[in-house]
Design a protein around this ligand. Structure first.
Ligand code: B12
Ligand code: SF4
Ligand code: SF4
Length: 312
């Protein structure tokens, strides 16, 4: 069953797949609790909710025995103009990655059901997850042998690097499981030392200071103290991934037509981003992950960058 699932996942177009046993994540529960207590989740209140389900998949999906984890490489083949406001690579594609991964996970589920029967899954509840539910996705990926969680808090896959999306399929059947691999960060601290806002420490990531949080999730104005430190990012941030030696070694352009870069990202210069109006936004990004950021937030971020740019 394990081999069938992994081979099918690869044939559907995922770049890697691993399976691990569904069990309570006790060590992670206390880590998560201290992280939340320290307020590192900033205004993302949803991370406080469903705590028990977040650390115990059997409460989220009754009957769940196995966690199937898939990865999809999103490293783009072409980069934006460096003088333009920067969009993090996760949001380059024309089509939102949530949709791309969910469609492929449905295909995987269908293939497993056809071969092993309907009871393989709990149809009563949602059991496909991409980024949007109380699931500690990076931890499951690590447990399923798909890489290690680096000091930049990202999952790093040996051979692919960290520019990979994670998708989860919770299965009620038991099967053979994969084993975690060794953490290869060693004494390196390049990500911690390169973070422009000191959001990273050896211990954790403080979202209050993270450019990714500030430019995507922060619903109020970006605090003045961080406005000059956005490092030209208008959406997300890739600095702690770009500096990682393992990405320099392993990251290769993805070959997924579904993740084709939206043309404005390839072409637009500073002026075009600055003059972006609502209609252009809708027509360029209505299907992309940038839609989640929203027109006003994007414009606000761009204007902060422009102001700083003009001052300098
Ligand atoms: C909230 C969130 C954010 C927040 C907070 C980030 C964070 N570190 O938690 C913000 C908005 C800042 C963010 C930014 C980004 N995100 Co985000 N995010 C999430 C989300 C929705 C939840 C993460 C979460 O639960 N955080 C809570 C903290 C406590 O969890 P954690 O840091 O993962 O730590 C857990 C484990 O790592 C482990 N752990 C870590 N250290 C230690 C230490 C000890 C001692 C122990 C016991 C355990 C432990 O235990 C913790 C609890 O299980 C996930 C999707 C999901 N449902 O998982 C995507 C996700 C993590 N994000 C993703 C991406 C792509 C990004 C960005 C790269 C986007 C960008 N370019 O701007 C950045 C990267 C920033 C960074 N350096 O991490 C991908 C990561 C892919 C990968 N290869 O790792 C995910 C998995 C989405 C997906 N399905 O692909 N994100
Ligand atoms: S995403 Fe950017 S701001 Fe956030 S921790 Fe990494 S380098 Fe720092
Ligand atoms: S930059 Fe260094 S410390 Fe940070 S994740 Fe990569 S290998 Fe680990």
């Amino acid at each position: 069953m394990r081999n069938f699932i992994i081979n099918t996942a690869l044939s559907i177009g995922f770049d890697a797949c691993g399976i691990t046993k569904a069990e309570t994540l006790s060590a992670d529960a206390s880590y998560l609790q201290s992280w939340l207590k320290a307020g590192c989740h900033a205004s993302m209140k949803y991370l406080e909710r469903n705590f028990d389900k977040r650390v115990n998949p059997k409460l989220l999906v009754p009957g769940c025995e196995s966690i199937i984890v898939v990865l999809m490489n999103y490293f783009p083949s072409e980069m934006q103009l460096s003088a333009a406001p920067q969009i993090a690579k996760y949001a380059y594609s024309k089509i939102d990655y949530h949709k791309v991964l969910k469609t492929k996970l449905q295909q995987l589920e269908k293939a497993i059901t056809e071969k092993f029967g309907k009871n393989s899954f709990n149809d009563e509840v949602q059991h496909i997850f991409v980024d949007s539910a109380p699931v500690l996705e990076r931890r499951w990926a690590e447990k399923a042998g798909l890489g290690w969680i680096g000091k930049n808090k990202q999952l790093i896959h040996p051979g692919l690097g960290s520019y990979v999306f994670i998708g989860i399929l919770m299965m009620n059947a038991e099967t053979e499981y994969d084993l975690p691999i060794k953490n290869r960060c060693g004494n390196c601290r390049k990500c911690i030392d390169s973070c422009p806002t000191q959001a990273l420490s050896e211990e954790w990531l403080d979202a209050n200071k993270c450019i990714s949080y500030l430019t995507i999730e922060c619903k109020t104005n970006i605090p003045e103290e961080f406005q000059g430190k956005l490092s030209n990012y208008a959406v997300g941030c890739d600095i702690c991934a770009d500096v990682c030696p393992w990405n320099r070694k392993w990251a290769q352009p993805n070959r997924h037509p579904e993740l084709e870069t939206a043309s404005p990202i390839k072409k637009w210069n500073c002026k075009q981003w600055e003059n972006l109006n609502q209609e252009e936004f809708e027509s360029a990004f209505s299907k992309s992950a940038i839609e989640y950021v929203g027109y006003s937030k994007l414009k606000e971020n761009i204007s902060i960058l422009m102001e700083k740019f003009k001052k300098d």
